[in-house]
Design a protein around this ligand. Structure first.
Ligand code: SF4
Ligand code: SF4
Length: 136
């Protein structure tokens, strides 16, 4: 018993005192990539009809519709990834064919900003890249 305790104490002391390099730089390389990871969204304002279906079906209210001063689409979805649970319902329900106007990117796992920090919540939004003059 005493031997086991001293062995554990020694192990902890060794872990504290011996500097070790990180095995992986998670800023440059993701810690893991699941084969079923659905990734963040791609939104195409050019084919979106502004039907609001993605916004209505989202179970966690992660989508906000951005109003545009044009007739069609008069609004496009933007996604708050800090709230999103990546269920994919927004993509499933999107009616545009053959391409979905909102689509989870699958392979895109880059959720960290260029300098590895999340200094503002703005970093978690998937913004739609519509021309400036279209935005209300
Ligand atoms: S993936 Fe799910 S939780 Fe995320 S925005 Fe789409 S519907 Fe909402
Ligand atoms: S992304 Fe699809 S579901 Fe969402 S508003 Fe546009 S067309 Fe409708």
């Amino acid at each position: 018993m005493l031997f086991q305790i001293s062995e554990r104490v020694l192990r902890v002391l060794k872990a504290i005192t011996e500097p070790r390099e990180a095995i992986k730089d998670v800023v440059k390389e993701p810690a893991h990539k699941s084969s079923v990871f659905r990734g963040k969204h791609n939104v195409r304002y050019d084919i979106c009809t502004g039907c609001d279906a993605c916004n209505k079906i989202c179970p966690v209210d992660a989508i906000k519709m951005k109003p545009l001063p044009i007739k069609r689409p008069n609004k496009v979805p933007e996604v708050n990834l800090a709230i999103c649970i990546f269920c994919g319902l927004c993509e499933d329900v999107c009616p545009t064919k053959p391409e979905k106007a909102i689509k989870l990117s699958g392979g895109d796992i880059e959720m960290i900003t260029h300098d590895g920090t999340h200094d503002t919540l703005e970093n978690f939004w998937v913004r739609v890249d519509v021309p400036e003059e279209w935005i209300e």
